[in-house]
Design a protein around this ligand. Sequence first.
Ligand code: MEV
Length: 334
Amino acid sequence: MRVTASAPAKIILFGEHSVVYGKPAIAAAIDLRTYVTARFNENRRIKIEARDIKTPGLIVSFSENEIYFESDYGKAAEVLSYVRQAIELVREESDRSGKGVTVSITSQIPVGAGLGSSAAVAVATIGAVSRLFGLELSPEEVGKLGHRVELLVQGASSGIDPTVSAIGGFIHYQNGSFEHLPFMELPLVVGYTGSSGSTKELVAMVRESYEDMPEVIGPILNSMGMLVGKAKDVITGEHGVDLKFGLLGRLMNVNHGLLDALGVSTKKLSELVYAARVAGALGAKITGAGGGGCMYALAPKRQSEVATAIKIAGGTPMITRISRDGLRIEEVER
Ligand code: MEV
């Protein structure tokens, strides 16, 4: 038997970092996906074939105490810990803990770009392996297991990335609970800096600042929480679409400034943000943990101008759409 599942990338529209402190955030799944095929193998090993994960190719297998690298590796190695934990958690949840499993991964999501590649690979792996083991998990349950994987691998995580990847669409998220927001076609442009930040290190850096100066950092996090509340009101309110986009753009700019104040922006990220605004975006901000990775812009009727400006400023633009689908079981071959 062989099962293929896929899960989408995400962008955080508002509220990254503050969401780790119990504040709300708004995120959407986007139309870049990771595909994972799972099958049993003859030995008791977990074998991971990362054939194309937008980093150099890699095939690795591990048994109890050994890791076998079968080809080059690089940033791809980071992805492995998420895949391994995902498989082990599903093995624990089932009665098949001794079974060997081989998973093959292909992905359209650049690794380390702040687009949730780790969460997508964890969610797709949990989806494929749980179905292989005969477990019937709902997308919510897969999202919760994905959150456990993130906690095991990166220490701190709000759970927003695996939740939106498992559920899909456009969500408001707080403290492990989510609600769908009305679906909106957002004219977005994502700009990739080409470098990656470590979510684990950036979350730890913000934690340190908060612990060293809670009276300064606390109000920034509170303000982020308030602006997410305002963004939710705008999205669910009765305004016309132009007014909605205008208000959301301004809130994005405020959110970017506050993320910069937390120290998670970089020169390159801010250059792409300003290039997008100058080219006519209504708003532009970091998306995800920062420290490199991606920014996004809201650019009604100006997507191609903004994409060109991001390119001229040295970034890689991607015109993306929100994906209604979260985790999908693509194929079950018996
Ligand atoms: C990462 O995509 C978002 C962060 O808020 C971390 C998290 O929520 O787990 C930086």
